[in-house]
Design a protein around this ligand. Structure first.
Ligand SMILES: [Zn+2]
Length: 339
């Protein structure tokens, strides 16, 4: 008992969660069936028909590429998930990436506001796409021989498969590592979607960024806080009194904190200290004057966890089971490109 009292008296622990890095911009889909709208809207006569093709704005060359949908999905799967991952995880990634892409095309078929040239881009803004040539240039020699066949198998064996919720294509968001539990979309994007709820995400311990720690002195910590929040008057001595947890998200991340009585979004703390996710704890030891911020997970935490997917696959789950785990209540279906 005495030990606990001493421990809590010298080490301040603040648990804070900030919405994790937003890797993908949110893409809200209205209730209507976009395909029906496309057919009946006279202004849409010249609307592009997909016919299995996607237009992708290349952020490096600043040109628009027209790619076969399935070939595009191969380049996304290879860029977004390590090819060493289990084939069932790669298949789950293929279905999620295909669903994400088609959703973007339906919503922004003439071009996304951030890149009016095309509905999709090759960067993390949408989902990363790399050509085989680019993949070869970033991987060690022999990568193509060893892994490309696996990528092709993951995509071709799930050809045309997408995720629906009550008959509508879903927003198939995904992220690297959740830290043990995924996040509800409402806590990150303020949009309530029944299939993007917080669920457990096991088997992530192997992920390189499952846990990370950012270390600084107490003075550096206090400086940053006071610069970001002028008037907060936080000092090394009053950290415990001035900074308090206000609200956690359903998955246990800190949603709101109070800094000297002002409510601050967790995301701001994440950005301020460059943290991997909003799932973090702050430890301050006044004796050593060291602040350690420990984060769990990497990414926004919404939807499928890629490392969790790989763990599930290695434990015998199929890609469909993985997808149905991370996207609550969804059905796997075929995309019929008939507009
Ligand atoms: Zn984009």
């Amino acid at each position: 008992m005495k030990k606990i009292v001493i421990y809590t008296s010298i080490i301040l622990i603040i648990v804070i969660f900030i919405p994790a890095i937003i890797v993908k911009t949110f893409n809200f889909v209205p209730k209507e069936d976009k395909r029906q709208i496309n057919r009946t809207d006279p202004k849409r006569e010249e609307a592009p028909e997909f016919h299995g093709k996607v237009k992708v704005y290349n952020i490096k060359t600043e040109e628009v590429m027209e790619l076969d949908l399935e070939e595009y999905v191969k380049g996304v799967v290879a860029a977004e998930m390590p090819a060493e991952f289990h084939i069932e995880a790669l298949k789950a990634q293929a279905v999620a990436s295909r669903t994400y892409a088609i959703n973007r095309m339906l919503k922004h078929d003439r071009g996304h506001p951030d890149h009016p040239e095309a509905p999709l881009c090759t960067g993390i803004h949408c989902q990363v796409y790399l050509s085989l040539e680019e993949l070869n240039s970033i991987h060690a020699r022999g990568w193509e021989e060893k892994y490309w066949g696996k990528i092709e198998e993951a995509v071709e064996s799930t050809k045309g498969q997408v995720l629906y919720y009550e008959g509508e294509l879903i927003e198939a968001l995904y992220h690297s590592t959740s830290g043990g539990m995924t996040e509800d979309a409402i806590d990150v994007f303020a949009v309530d979607l029944p299939y993007l709820k917080a669920v457990e995400s096991q088997y992530e311990e192997e992920a390189p960024r499952y846990k990370a720690t950012v270390t600084m002195t107490g003075d550096e910590f206090v400086d940053k806080i006071n610069k970001k929040f002028p008037g907060a008057n936080v000092t090394r001595e009053n950290i415990a009194d001035k900074i308090k947890l206000v609200e956690k998200t359903e998955s246990g991340r800190v949603k709101k904190i109070s800094i000297d009585g002002n409510i601050v979004d967790g995301r701001e703390i994440r950005e301020l200290f460059g943290l991997n996710s909003t799932n973090f704890k702050i430890y301050y030891n006044p004796k050593t004057n060291i602040v350690e911020i420990e984060t769990m997970g990497y990414g926004h935490g919404v939807g499928m966890s890629q490392w969790g997917a790989n763990g599930m696959a290695k434990n015998g789950k199929t890609y469909e089971e993985i997808l149905r785990h991370y996207y609550t209540g969804v059905e796997l279906g075929l995309w019929i490109d008939d507009i």
